[in-house]
Write a protein that binds this ligand. Structure first.
Ligand SMILES: [Fe+2]
Ligand SMILES: [Fe+2]
Length: 197
């Protein structure tokens, strides 16, 4: 189902355009569209796909100081990793704004937005779908995004999700300030979905 069929899609896209760079707006629309395309297979509704996909990066372009100030104002408790790398907070901030100001009440959508950067053990179906769509949407330039979409087409959702999670872990392992949740999520996902062999 096209994303415009979701009742609040236009309103959300307007908000994105007021707040985010053109690149982040495109990324969010592509993520929503890709997520909606495999919503049935992921066991989620079209509205969940569109809402989570469009709004997950609402705080992506905030600078570190304002992200930290907003987190403090809203009483969000920071992990050590988030404190030293405030970019990791953008999911939690977006989820909180969705809940406070945009009237989003679906806990599965809020959870998906909050955890989209690292995933977490026990993440629900909307969160898993957003994790894959965020990684694989077609405006992503890294070759692994194209590969994940190819796996999605050829081998299905489960395999694509395992591939995306493994690739993300490889990427995160090459950086400083590794959030341990990414590794915990990957290990859980392998157990939950079965290994990729
Ligand atoms: Fe993000
Ligand atoms: Fe994103």
């Amino acid at each position: 189902m096209p994303i415009v069929d979701s009742p609040r899609a236009k309103e959300f896209v307007r908000l994105l355009r007021q707040r985010l760079s053109e690149q982040t707006v495109s990324h969010s629309i592509f993520a929503a569209a890709l997520m909606a395309s495999f919503a049935d297979e992921a066991g989620i509704t079209n509205d969940q796909a569109v809402t989570a996909g469009l709004l997950h990066d609402l705080y992506k372009d905030a600078d570190d100081a304002s992200a930290l100030a907003t987190a403090e104002k809203w009483g969000i408790v920071l992990t050590e990793t988030q404190r030293s790398n405030p970019g990791l907070l953008h999911g939690a901030l977006a989820a909180e704004e969705c809940r406070r100001d945009l009237g989003i009440t679906d806990p599965a959508v809020l959870e998906a937005i909050e955890w989209h950067t690292t995933g977490k053990p026990g993440l629900g179906p909307v969160g898993l779908a957003l994790y894959l769509a965020d990684f694989a949407e077609p405006s992503r330039r890294h070759p692994a995004a194209a590969e994940a979409r190819e796996i999605l087409r050829q081998e299905g959702y489960r395999k694509a999700l395992l591939y995306a999670s493994g690739k993300k872990l490889e990427h995160v392992n090459s950086k400083r300030d590794i959030d341990p949740t990414t590794l915990e999520f990957h290990r859980w996902l392998i157990e939950f979905l079965g290994s990729n062999d």
